[in-house]
Design a binder for this molecule. Sequence first.
Ligand SMILES: NC(=O)c1ccc[n+]([C@@H]2O[C@H](COP(=O)([O-])OP(=O)(O)OC[C@H]3O[C@@H](n4cnc5c(N)ncnc54)[C@H](O)[C@@H]3O)[C@@H](O)[C@H]2O)c1
Length: 322
Amino acid sequence: MGFNKVVVLGGGVLGVQIGLMSAYTGHDTTFWLRSESSIGRTTPKIERYSKLMIEDLLKAKALVGSPMGAFVYPRGLVKKWEGTTASDIDKLVEQARENFAKHVHIELDPSKAVKDADVVIESMSEDPAAKIEVYEKFKNLLDEKTILVTNSSTLLPSMFADHTGRPEKYLSLHFANTIWKNNTAEVMGHPGTDKKYYDQIVEFAGELNMVPLQLHKEQPGYILNSMLVPFLSAAQALWANDVADPETIDRTWELATSAPAGPFKILDIVGLETAYNINQMKPDAKVEGTLTNKMGKLLKEKIDRGETGVNAGKGFYDYTKK
Ligand SMILES: NC(=O)c1ccc[n+]([C@@H]2O[C@H](COP(=O)([O-])OP(=O)(O)OC[C@H]3O[C@@H](n4cnc5c(N)ncnc54)[C@H](O)[C@@H]3O)[C@@H](O)[C@H]2O)c1
């Protein structure tokens, strides 16, 4: 293994998932957290997500031999589904428990946390000021060899490169939520990233059981959101303009393209708050009478009723009904 010590800055939803995937794949993994109270918030998340990962392995075991297995197995946890047996999965479960117990560490002291790190993954809140503060805090503490990556979804690495003290060894490595199932890793450098380190991060993503998806240049939204955001927005515009209802729009997409989920099912998974926040960033969101304004109002009505998507049990669809 090329990368031994991995450090994750931030113990939020994604930070915890990334750190656990790193430990699962046998890397010595340290979460740097800023305070004792952060430990109190992160520890239950570590427990929750490690349990979910093991539950998904056990669900996959029940699918061994079923044709459905190949479509729904957790791709980050089982490297190759074809030929996997129930006893292989038992071994993975045992290994996962051992690796989580052995390889996951929490450290509050910044210099101890990053000492001898091969890669540091910044996964803090999507707030430029907070990210800059942390880069400045760490820039003189990182070892010469350490490659620094950001998991930011919407901010470009060129915005921060000058604050890292190592622009040539700094780039984006962007994971998707529930990374043990949705194992994409978009790799994106900024103009000052050295190709040598970019290539090493592509290799590192593979070590984490992710599929590295390489971008040739900086792109806001990477590959996925550059396609997904306009697609979801077009569907919401059809709904807000009263052209068709969400079920009909979804059915059109699903029947015509054989896709398993239409845009409103995807919106329920993403969460309506996120869809609302993205809508409100558009320049005409506050202009009365525009379609964007109406889309915002319709989403807000649903959010105010608590219909925020799959996690709430209801969004565009009702998930409480069996
Ligand atoms: N949630 C997603 O679906 C998702 C998907 C892909 C990428 N991301 C990206 O991952 C990053 C983290 O997102 P998240 O959803 O895990 O956020 P989150 O809000 O769950 O967690 C953010 C973490 O950052 C810590 N933090 C904030 N300010 C800090 C500071 N000044 N010093 C130290 N720690 C600080 C918080 O305590 C928390 O642990 C963001 O850049 C986001 O764009 C999120």
